[in-house]
Every structure is written in C-alpha cells, then in structure tokens.
Design a binder for this molecule. Structure first.
Ligand code: GDP
Ligand code: MG
Length: 282
C-alpha cells in the first residue's frame, strides 16, 4: 500500500492550509474519538509547529466512554487542551466556549481579533462544528456581504474570529489496517480500499471486542455467532436483510454497504476502533 494515495492533492492541500495558518492564533484540531491516533494527520503536526491548538475528540457519542477517557488522559500529556465532543448536541458548547476563553493567546499586543480555524481529515465533523459555533456564538455584524470569494471570517461572541471553511487534509495512511479503519469512519474513499473488505474488517472489530450481541440484535440474526468469522457474519446479515444478487446468492457488496451505513449512523452501538494500548510506539 502506498503511503500517500494522492501526492498531488496533498501538496495542494498543504499549500492552501499553510496560506491560512499564518493568520491563525488557535487551531481546533478535530479527530474522531473512535480513532484518535489514526484520524490525526502527522503532516499537519509538522506544519503547525508551535501554533496553539485545541484538540477535539468528536463523535464521542459513538465511542466507548471508558476508552475515550483513556485517550483524554494520554492526549492531555501533550501541551494542548483536549475535549471529548459530540457535535450533534448543543450541550458540549459551554465547555468549548470556556476553553476558547481560557486559551486566548495572552499577548495583549494584538491589535486585531484573534482567529481560529477548524482542521481535520474528511468526515470527522468539521463542518458540523463550524455550524454549531456559528449558530451559538456568531455575532450579527449587520454588514452586507458582498460577492464572497474564498474563505470568510465570522465574528464569534467569545472574542474570536473563525474561518468559515475548515482546513481539510487527506488522512495519513501508514498501513492496510489504518486504511481500513479510515475507510470505516468515512474518511477515505473506497477507491483505496473497497467496501467489502472494510465491512469485514469492521465486523471483525465487533467480534474481537465481544460486541456480536449488538449485531445479532440489530440484524435479527439467529443462532450462535461467537465462533463465526466476519465473512460468515456478512453473509448472514445479507441473508437477513435480503441483499441478493440477480442470479441468486448473497450480494456481499450490498450487505457491506448496509453495514457501513449502519455503523456510521451509530445504530450498531458504541465502539472504539483503537485503544491507547494498541500501539507501543506512538
Ligand atoms: N454521531 C455523531 N455524528 C456526527 C458528529 N459530528 C458530525 N457528525 C456527522 O458526521 C458526518 C460528517 O460531518 P461533517 O461535519 O460533514 O464532517 P466534515 O467532513 O469534517 O466537515 C455528518 O453526517 C454529521 O452529521 C458527532 O459528534 N456525532
Ligand atoms: Mg465538511
């Protein structure tokens, strides 16, 4: 597997991001709480250097709470504040507001407003977070927007300005396992790894974590699945949901797409796809 699937695209992304980063005082780095290490972009870490940042473990509602707790401990050892977050709920915004107030760069020589930007790989919830912040904190300026070209600054009540477009970076792929995990959370398109392999990988995760009961319940599967493989499970799910090929037999691709969609909707229950102990290096 190539480490960088789209080198040209990546170079363009980096260039664009670098242009914006120089105006930024605080970066909101959005990670997927189910995959905090793999959903991180290490090129971004390099680009940011000593730039202040706040780490958001988004989609915490889909991750296992105790494992997210461990991740918070591990990440808090770095110098940046870290927050578990569910961008679909309003309740977390108070905490985020507090962190934004606490983390205003203390330099009073600033003559301008302090600026923040949301960054992350695809599908981690950047746009949802921006919308939440705008909805809750945006100051109505009354200025008429002219022809808007390129990114715009939005004034927030808490003393910040925010770039209305997130900084987007493609995920960094270390190996096959990473690619499958990134595909499962919707951050990597299926040209890199296909849906069937991704769904099987995901089902294996459920089995390895002893979470087959939630699958049995959700897909109304009969019998004992403890000893079954992910491939067998995928076929059973296809049978149960009527995913058939034209000539007969289970359409595994269709079943895989169904599983991935259900996983992303969160209906298969909470699952963390990596734990701090999974890697000894880091
Ligand atoms: N369950 C859950 N879903 C979320 C959360 N944040 C975003 N989403 C969903 O994840 C998908 C991708 O979000 P989006 O903001 O478009 O991600 P972006 O690509 O990083 O801008 C959308 O379907 C959102 O509704 C969250 O905290 N929890
Ligand atoms: Mg978006």
């Amino acid at each position: 597997m190539e480490k960088i699937p789209y080198p040209g695209l990546m170079a363009r992304e980096e260039k664009r991001l670098k242009e914006n980063i120089k105006y930024i005082d605080l970066v909101l780095e959005v990670l997927d709480a189910r995959l905090p290490l793999t959903s991180r972009n290490y090129r971004l870490q390099k680009m940011l250097g000593e730039k202040k940042r706040l780490i958001i473990l988004n989609k915490a509602d889909l991750a296992e709470e105790d494992i997210t707790g461990h991740w918070l401990e591990v990440l808090a050892r770095e110098k940046w504040p870290v927050l578990a977050f569910n961008a679909q709920k309003i309740s977390g915004l108070k905490k985020l507001e507090k962190l934004l107030l606490l983390n205003r760069p203390g330099n009073l020589q600033y003559r301008r407003s302090l600026r923040l930007m949301v960054v992350g790989i695809p599908n981690v919830g950047k746009s949802t977070i921006i919308n939440r912040l705008v909805h809750k904190f945006a100051v109505k300026t009354g200025e008429k927007a002219g022809i808007t070209r390129g990114p715009q600054w939005i004034r927030l009540r808490v003393g910040w300005e925010m770039l209305d477009t997130p900084g987007l970076l493609s995920p960094y792929i270390k190996n096959n396992e990473n690619a499958l995990a990134l595909a499962a959370i919707g951050s990597l398109d299926f040209k890199v790894v296909d849906e069937e392999r991704t769904a099987k990988w995901l089902l294996e995760k459920f089995l390895a974590r002893g979470k087959f009961l939630s699958l049995i319940n959700y897909y109304s599967l009969a019998g004992d699945y403890a000893g079954k493989s992910a491939a067998e499970l995928l076929v059973e799910i296809g049978l149960s949901r009527g995913c058939y090929k034209k000539g007969g037999g289970v359409d595994k691709m269709k079943a895989a797409q169904l599983v991935l969609r259900d996983f992303r909707r969160g209906v298969l229950g909470r699952i963390s796809l990596e734990k701090p102990g999974d890697y000894e290096e880091t």
